[in-house]
Design a protein around this ligand. Structure first.
Ligand code: PMT
Length: 400
């Protein structure tokens, strides 16, 4: 499957580097041409000799080859690769690469690479959940890089939790599926929002809604099945995805969803806003749980940012924005109004008056309206099928 594919494997200094040997074997066995780059500290965990033997190529560690004074050209390496896989990627290397630091051959090659870059992080569980690491990983995703999620289990520290580098077989599967991905959206970046937002009232209560995330997650996975590289920004849901082309960013509030959308929007070709965003939030959040007292309680609300409208204001000619309208009355009129007010190219209307449509269910019934006022009605379908219909409608319009 990987015959002829050129894979550059960057190894940074983690105990998980021992798994690189198995990963290289799997890649080489499936026909890939593998070149290996190691940081200095990676060599404390596994020797270049082992990896050059397995990859059948010299392993590169320094800018300059010691004996001959010859230069290891990072630009050429970056141009050579069809895929740059950094596995294991330590918290340190992730931080450096997210911030453009260039103090070793791996960093310089990253900055020169024109091919897709995929990270398989490895670190201790607390390092993984530190906000600094999260911010760095989100930055890499915003550059269009992909992250292979860490796995749960025994860690080198003796702790048990998330942070283990994905097993070589799982990384291999990711790479295999990455190259397998073809389709009309290959090379396109698609941003999808999903789920509800939660707006805190006090430490235990919030304003939210019934969105399960099923519609948004289905769209994200179907877009990835069509070859797109997807950023899925989701409010709190129980949905999961392990699609290699879907990068999930979890948020809670409308403001967080706006911040994430703003971060990724510039790089996106198509944005599909399926989230049910809370229009209002409490004007102030109580520090303590509000006690039961009087017979009635009033909570002042203030307006939340309108994410779709904000993105619509900055939409470029080459971008295509798709909104949703969830209605309970005057469905079409309201959808038309949202289409133009939020500068959408297309809007997907679903009405709670239609049996089986809207929140939580596995099905939906939609009407698509585009900016030329063309209206298309669809039957009640499974949300997977609805997602396919929406993407087909986008593809036929986006390419025109
Ligand atoms: O998640 P499920 O359980 O599968 O349910 C799917 C769904 C019903 C949530 C989905 O199909 C849907 O209709 N999503 C949009 C719900 C909604 O909030 O619609 P709206 O008419 O209030 O908003 C119009 C558009 O503006 C939407 O694209 C919405 O994401 C966006 N919006 C709204 C408010 C806001 N502050 N910011 C926004 O970006």
């Amino acid at each position: 499957m990987l015959r002829g594919k050129r894979i550059l494997l960057g190894i940074s200094g983690s105990i998980a580097a021992y798994k690189s040997a198995q990963l290289i074997r799997l890649l080489v066995k499936s026909g890939a041409d593998v070149k290996v780059l190691m940081t200095k500290s990676a060599q404390d965990f596994i020797t270049p000799l082992t990896l050059s033997t397995l990859s059948k190529n010299p392993v590169l560690t320094e800018f300059v080859k010691d004996d001959s004074g010859q230069w290891n050209n990072h630009v050429e390496l970056g141009l050579w690769a069809d895929l740059f896989l950094i596995a294991p990627a330590t918290a340190n290397s992730i931080a450096k690469l997210a911030n453009g630091i260039c103090d070793n051959l791996l960093c310089a090659t990253y900055l020169s690479a024109r091919c897709p870059v995929v990270f398989a992080p490895a670190m201790d569980l607390d390092m993984l959940r530190h906000p600094a690491t999260n911010a760095n990983m989100n930055k890499l995703i915003s550059f269009g890089n992909s992250i292979i999620k860490t796995e749960h289990g025994d860690l080198a520290s003796g702790l048990i939790g998330k942070g283990r580098m994905a097993e070589p077989e799982h990384i291999f599967k990711f790479v295999d599926e990455f190259f397998e991905a073809t389709g009309p959206l290959k090379g396109k970046r698609v941003l999808v929002t999903a789920g509800p937002t939660y707006e805190a009232i006090d430490p235990v209560r919030f304003i939210g809604n019934h969105s399960s995330g099923k519609m948004g997650f289905s769209i994200a996975e179907e877009a990835a099945n069509l070859g797109a590289s997807v950023i899925l920004i989701s409010g709190p849901t129980n949905q999961k995805t392990d699609h290699p082309l879907v990068n999930l960013v979890n948020v809670t509030t409308a403001q967080e969803m706006l911040d994430s959308c703003t971060q990724y929007y510039g790089e996106s070709n198509i944005s599909i806003l399926a989230a049910a965003v809370s229009d209002y939030k409490p004007a102030s959040v109580s520090d303590q749980k509000i006690k039961k007292g009087h017979d009635a309680l009033a909570i002042d609300l203030k307006i939340n940012p309108d994410i779709a409208a904000e993105l619509g204001k900055n939409k470029r000619q080459d971008q295509f924005n798709v909104g949703f309208a969830l209605e309970t009355e005057n469905e079409r009129a309201n959808a038309f109004e949202k289409l133009s007010k939020k500068n959408f190219d297309m809007i997907v209307l679903n009405s709670l008056n239609d049996e089986g449509a809207g929140f939580t269910k596995d099905t939906n019934k939609i009407t698509i309206i585009d900016k030329n006022n063309i209206v298309m009605n669809y039957e009640l379908k499974n949300k997977r099928e609805v997602a396919k219909d929406i993407l087909q409608a986008i593809i036929s319009r986006y390419e025109n």
